[in-house]
Design a protein. Structure first.
Length: 319
């Protein structure tokens, strides 16, 4: 469902300027995400009583309750849940308006919420952000590392400005390709498969396996499903370095993209698959045309930085 932003915005004129009163909605969203008014107040720089008064005022303005308050924290009422998509939409467009206004005035200000694979966040983003912040210190950047499903949900709900991950054909927004990669297997050095130069998908059938980022429809999940391979899932982890160290300890095989495998050393054999499968890594965003000035500037730095930093090893590009 599409929401008309103005329907939910409260517009005020102060000192000759129109100001979109989104402060209360931001406070509400923070309280819901934290599950605690006290924690939200701390993050936003309010006292708990002050934030409570603000939320009470919002409920009076709307004419119904938005939050259940219990000893365990706060959660949205049914009415609050109905408004939640519209509130996220309002806050998204509020950021867009602020950044466009700053651009008109010649000010280089803004705020970006960047979703990313763990590997991209650690390999690409540090140098990209260093260069970006040197030139645009007034633009704040928040990075959220997660798997596919969490990142896609963040894009759809406008909690994220953009995402750096592999291409998902079902995403309706825009896509900027950046890097061609492929999946590789991480194999303990003393495992019989470590003697091979490349693996076939069926080599993983029945093998003890460490599943990265469970229930996230990862590239590993899609690869295994494509070839109808069923490893013996012994362990799971949401941290790729933990997966690597578990492989090093001989607990099983795991998988990740090739360029991220260059970061670590140890008793792990990194092996390509003897298939034609490739991963297209890039940036997804709701709309290139409607992107904020800050996001357009950030995209320029991503394009410059990601491919100059990383060249694929020979086994990552050869079949």
């Amino acid at each position: 469902m599409q929401y008309t932003v103005a329907k939910y915005a409260i517009l005020r004129v102060k000192n000759g300027r129109m100001d979109m009163d989104t402060e209360k909605y931001q406070a509400l969203l923070q309280a819901v995400e934290q599950g605690s008014i006290t924690a939200a107040a701390r993050d936003l720089g309010y006292s708990p009583s002050g934030l409570t008064r603000m939320l009470d005022s919002l409920e009076r303005d709307l004419g119904f309750s938005l939050l259940f308050r219990t000893s365990q924290g706060v959660q949205l009422t049914r009415e609050g849940n109905r408004l939640l998509p519209a509130i996220r939409e309002l806050l998204y467009w509020s950021r867009q308006i602020r950044e466009e206004s700053a651009g008109i005035l010649g000010l280089e200000q803004g705020e970006l919420f960047v979703g990313s694979y763990y590997s991209i966040a650690s390999c690409w983003l540090p140098e990209i952000l260093r260069a970006f912040q040197q030139d645009y210190p007034g633009i704040r950047v928040h990075v959220q590392e997660a798997g596919n499903q969490t990142l896609l949900e963040g894009l759809r709900e406008h909690r994220l400005s953009c995402c750096l991950f592999s291409r998902h054909r079902g995403y309706p927004g825009d896509w900027v390709p950046l890097y061609q990669d492929r999946l590789v297997a991480w194999v303990p050095e003393d495992h019989p498969l470590a003697k091979k130069k490349a693996l076939l998908p069926e080599d993983l059938e029945g093998q003890p396996f460490i599943e990265p980022l469970p229930q996230q429809e990862t590239d590993t999940d899609l690869f295994l499903a494509k070839y109808h391979i069923h490893p013996d899932f012994r362990f799971t982890s949401s941290n790729m370095y933990t997966c690597w160290t578990m492989v090093e300890a001989g607990l099983g095989i795991s998988m990740d993209n090739a360029f991220s495998s260059l970061r670590w050393s140890g008793r792990v054999k990194v092996l390509p698959f003897a298939t034609e499968d490739r991963l297209e890594l890039g940036m997804a965003l709701p709309s290139l045309d409607q992107a904020s000035p800050a996001l357009k500037k950030f995209l320029e730095y991503v394009k410059k930085g990601c491919c100059t930093q990383w060249a694929a090893p020979s086994w990552a590009s050869d079949s």
